[in-house]
Design a protein around this ligand. Sequence first.
Ligand code: ADP
Ligand code: MG
Length: 242
Amino acid sequence: MRAPILQLTNVTKRFRGLVATDRVSLTVAAGSITSLIGPNGAGKSTIFNLVTGYLPLSEGEIRFHDERIDGKSTVALARRGIARAFQIAKPFPDISVHDNVRIGALFGRDGRRDVDQVTERALALTGLEDFADRPAGDLTVGFLRRLEIARAIAARPILLLADEPCAGLNPAETEEICDILRRIRARGTTVFLVEHDMEAVMRISDNIIVLDAGAKIAEGTPGEISANPAVIAAYLGTPDAA
Ligand code: ADP
Ligand code: MG
C-alpha cells in the first residue's frame, strides 16, 4: 500500500449524548481515491467536518502527512492543501463560471501564483470551458457540481474531499463526475469521497471504508467490500439498500 497521506486514530465525536463517530481509525493512501460509505447517519459527513476543521474532535487525532492537524482552522488546513467540494454548491450566481473558479484559485495553497493558468486548467479538467463566460446561476445541477469541483481543485489541493458529488445526478452526469475524479487522481491529487451511488463507488475507488452507526465495520478493495457479510448486513438492514 502507498504511504498514508491522511490518518485518523481513534477519532470520536460526541454531540451532547450522541456518539456520531466512535473511535474511528482509518488511513487514506496518497494518490488514491478512497471512499467512505455507510447508511444514513453513519457518521460520514461528521468525519469530513472533523478532517476539514469545521468541527472539533472529542477524542483522538488526525494527521496529514506527518503533521497533527486536529484543532487547526479550515483556513489553516486549506493552506496546507486540504480542500472540500460541497454537495450544495453556492457559487456567486451573477458572476461568470470562469470568475467563480478564479476565486478558488486566488485563495488556494500557493496564493496568487499562476492564477490564470490554474483557472484555465481547472475549467478544462471539469469540461467547463464552453461555459466559462456564462453566469454561474445559469448552470444545471450537473454542471453546478462540476463548478464546485473546479472551484475546489483551483485551490491546488493535495487532498480533495468530495461529499456526495453524484447525488441527484443522472447516469450520464454521474459518469462524467467519475471521469473528473479519475482525472484529478491521475494528476496526483488524492481524493477522499463520500458517495451514496454504490455503482459509482465500486467503479472508481481504490479503497473503501465502511461506517455503520459511527463505527468502522470494514475496509478494503471494492471486491472485498462487496463480498463482506458485515457490509451486506448493514446495507440490507436499512431502507437505503433498496
Ligand atoms: P452521515 O453523513 O453518514 O449520514 P452524519 O455524520 O451527518 O451521518 O451524522 C452522524 C450522526 O451525528 C447522526 O445521528 C446525526 O444526527 C448526528 N449529527 C451530525 N451532525 C450533528 C450536529 N451538528 N449536531 C448534533 N448531531 C449531529
Ligand atoms: Mg452525510
